[in-house]
Structure formats: structure tokens, C-alpha cells
Design a protein around this ligand. Structure first.
Ligand SMILES: Nc1ncnc2c1ncn2[C@@H]1O[C@H](COP(=O)(O)OP(=O)(O)OP(=O)(O)O)[C@@H](O)[C@H]1O
Length: 328
């Protein structure tokens, strides 16, 4: 009997990503499914198990136990059982979550670190993010003004991470689980309205869908993709320009001034990063850029990591606060 269409949809999504030109360097690579036991990653595990039987690639799963909720051991055990039923060997990795920067963020950081550490070398780690997750990410990024990078959303392939379900709706992963007799775990956090993402999912997006008569999640995901393509192109131009504007351990201000603002700020960001300046905000970049675009002899801005930017004799230079060049 042919599989239900929704099950085929999940398998096709996995195959498409693995057979895409971008994934060519990973042809035949071992596959690791990051599985929480929720509907998205359980449906993903089922699709990967099926596809790997055809391609002959080795496949396994990792379940991260954050130990944050009562019964998390049982949730992990139940996930391993279902994964075994799918023919996927699975290991549970227990992590310590230190709570720095908020519990959710700390759990995510610990999870990604554990997945990185436990995956076989040269493997791809498949994550179950869906089109709905992408739409929420874009909307959150827009609302918080976090810049094109976050509005551009998650990448389908960002080795070692792969996200084949970014084109698939969450309702489809739930239906695919039902169709295959899988019983996903429902994370109580997903219904906790103290989280901004949950309110976006349960209140804001349904209202937007209603007001705009549907298609909002798809439109947001489409926008993310367009922005990603534009950002990638701008970034490639910036990388090429950076090598042209470098001069005497700094940057040539006049050459920089002639660049379009979107390229110029990317050049500045890439250069400052290469000089060791960490974690710049949009405000830092704009004040750095003012030394070029709005030059009137002003002093340079202080930057994170105790760095200072200075413009002198037509050159832009980074110095440490005690006026030494970085790395010097
Ligand atoms: N406990 C877990 N163990 C293994 N993988 C997990 C676990 N939790 C989440 N994942 C993986 O991450 C994907 C996304 O999960 P979820 O949306 O809950 O995480 P998130 O924190 O919102 O995402 P992100 O980590 O990218 O921000 C899941 O589909 C699954 O592949």
C-alpha cells in the first residue's frame, strides 16, 4: 500500500534536501536526527529512517535530556523506544543547563553543544524546524528589529545542521505521526503564554491569518528566503570589497565612502570582527559608519571588548582602549 500523502511529503522533503546541490559535499554522510520526542522531530526521524534505507546512509538519533521538567527521563525513554521501532538506534545525552541568559536560551545552547559533541564526525544533524517555526522566527525578528540576519530566518543547510522540514507545516508533521502510529510528546512549554514565541503562535499569527485571509506563514517563510538570497549576495560583495579597501593595517576611508551603505556596513562589520571586536549591535555599526558617511572630525566610538575605532590621515583603525593595535 502506498504511504499516506502526508507521509510522502515528509520523505520527499528529506530526500530533496539531501539531494540538493548544496548538500553534495555530504553525499552518503552519516545522518543524525536530533529528536525531542515531539511531533516535528518524530516525523523527521520516521522520514530519515525510510530515506536512509533507500540510500544506504547510516542513520541514528540523539535525544537530549535537559532534566528541566518532571518526567523528562520518561519522555526521553519513550522517544528512544519509538525511534527503535523505526529502526533508528538512539542515545540519550544528559546535559546540565546553567540558566545563564534565561532558561530557554541556556537549554538551547546546551542542546546544540551536546549534539555537536556527540555526532559522528562528518555527519549531518537533522533538526525538525518547520515552516511555522520559520514564520515565527521571522515575525519575532521583525518585531524586535534584530536586522536582516534574523529576519532571513533559519537556513535549510548550515552544516552540520540540516532542516529539511522548513517547507512543511506543523499540522503535516502531526498528521504524519498519526498516519505512522507514532505518539509524539506535547511539550507543556509550547502552551505556556509566558513565552513570547508561544503568544505569537497562539494569538498573533492566527489573528494575522484571519485579517489577511490566510497564507501568512507561507508568505513570511518566502520573505525569509528572499532576504537570505539578497543578504548572501551582499555579503559576497562585501567580502570582495574588504580586500580592496584594506590599507596600512586599516581601511581606506575614501574608498569606503564610495560604497553603497548596505555594502559599507557589512565591510565594516567583517573587518571589525576580523580585528577581534566581539558582538556588535546595529548601533555600534552605525556609529562606526558615521566616521565615513558623516565625517566632521569627530572622535571614534568605543566598541565591545574595550576597543576604540579611530579615523586619522584618511585611514580607519581599531585600537585597544590604551591605544595599542589589536593583537599587538
Ligand atoms: N531535547 C531535544 N533533543 C534532541 N533534539 C531536540 C530537542 N529539543 C529540540 N530538538 C531539535 O530541535 C528542533 C527544534 O526544536 P524547538 O523548536 O523546540 O527548539 P528551539 O529551541 O525553538 O529551536 P532552536 O534551537 O533552533 O532555536 C527539534 O525539531 C529537534 O530536531
Amino acid at each position: 500500500m502506498p504511504p499516506e500523502p502526508v507521509v510522502s511529503e515528509t520523505r520527499t522533503a528529506v530526500r530533496r534536501l539531501l539531494e540538493s546541490p548544496e548538500a553534495a559535499p555530504f553525499k552518503g554522510a552519516p545522518l543524525v536526527v536530533a529528536c525531542s520526542g515531539g511531533a516535528d522531530s518524530l516525523a523527521l526521524a520516521a522520514a530519515v529512517a525510510h530515506v536512509s534505507r533507500w540510500t544506504g546512509a547510516s542513520a541514528q538519533a540523539i535525544v537530549v535530556n535537559h532534566g528541566l521538567q518532571v518526567g523528562s527521563d520518561a519522555v526521553a525513554e519513550r522517544a528512544v523506544e519509538q525511534l527503535a521501532g523505526l529502526g533508528l538506534p538512539a542515545q540519550v545525552v544528559e546535559v546540565d543547563v546553567d540558566g545563564m541568559g534565561g532558561l530557554e536560551a541556556a537549554a538551547r545552547k546546551a542542546r546544540y553543544a551536546a549534539l555537536r559533541a556527540e555526532r559522528p564526525s562528518d555527519s549531518l544533524v537533522l533538526l525538525g524546524h518547520t515552516l511555522d517555526d520559520q514564520a515565527e522566527t521571522v515575525l519575532l525578528g521583525l518585531g524586535r528589529g534584530s536586522g536582516p540576519r534574523s529576519i532571513a530566518g533559519m537556513r535549510p543547510l548550515d552544516p552540520p545542521w540540516a532542516r529539511p522540514f522548513l517547507t512543511i507545516r506543523r499540522t503535516s508533521t502531526e498528521a504524519a505521526c498519526r498516519a505512522q502510529g507514532l505518539e509524539p510528546w506535547h511539550d507543556p512549554h509550547n502552551a505556556d503564554s509566558r513565552f513570547a514565541r508561544v503568544r505569537l503562535r497562539t494569538e498573533v499569527l492566527p489573528l494575522l491569518e484571519d485579517a489577511l485571509q490566510g497564507g501568512v506563514a507561507e508568505a513570511l517563510a518566502r520573505t525569509a528566503r528572499q532576504l537570505r538570497e539578497d543578504s548572501d549576495a551582499l555579503e559576497a560583495v562585501a567580502v570582495a570589497e574588504l580586500s580592496r579597501v584594506r590599507a596600512d593595517h586599516g581601511l581606506d576611508c575614501e574608498r569606503l565612502r564610495l560604497l553603497p551603505a548596505a555594502v559599507r556596513r557589512r565591510v565594516l562589520r567583517d573587518w571589525l570582527r576580523s580585528e577581534g571586536v566581539p558582538e556588535m549591535t546595529d548601533a555600534h555599526l552605525r556609529s562606526a559608519d558615521a566616521l565615513i558617511a558623516e565625517w566632521r572630525g569627530q572622535g571614534g566610538p568605543a566598541l565591545p571588548g574595550d576597543f576604540v575605532l579611530r579615523r586619522a590621515h584618511g585611514r580607519l583603525r581599531v585600537e585597544t582602549a590604551d591605544r595599542k593595535p589589536p593583537n599587538g
